[in-house]
Ligand binder design. Sequence first.
Ligand code: GAR
Length: 209
Amino acid sequence: MLNIAVFCSGKGTNLQAIIKTIHEKDIEAKVSLIISDKEKAYCLERAKHAKIRAIFVNPKNFPSKQKFENRIIGYLKEENIGLIVLAGFMRMLSPFFVQNYSNKILNIHPSLLPAFKGSANAVADALDYGMKITGTTVHFVDEKLDNGPIVLQRAVEIAENDNEDSLRQKIQQQEHILYPLAIQLFVEGRLKIEGRRVEINPENYNPQD
Ligand code: GAR
């Protein structure tokens, strides 16, 4: 059984979708830990309901980023975490942290990367840019922001009458399918990183899942 930690700063709708799918599809993994850098983040409430250990780690309580991350690493070790899932965690991890969990950190970004790389509001930015298509990307985390090898992407069409809320909803609907699927592929050992490319072992893999 692979222990997963989910890091989040906000509502936690992706967290919820991940917990639900792991349960429904009987994936050999368990969300064992939730870390948030925001005390009032609703993802912490969701964790409580799901009876998962959830910890608010206040970055302001640490004199340096490294000390903040060391505390988190301590929690990860306690729970024997084998995969870290960033789900709306609005804070960049240092190279030190990423090297500690090399190829074991996934992130989701609400655009078709590399479009709107590094944007804190990629949904609004796609609208402002006049894009006709945007989407979402699940990728491995490396030392640069929104940069690591891409696991899965899904496109979303932007309608004339879309606003930020309606577009975010459409993107998140796709995220709630895509992120659990990427996690399942990781857990089943079907992802192989070759440079920038991620090969997906087709065995049992159905993109329509
Ligand atoms: C998600 O849409 C995710 O793509 C985005 O934050 C949202 C979190 O929603 N992440 C980023 O923008 C990272 N750069 P949630 O808390 O409801 O899962």
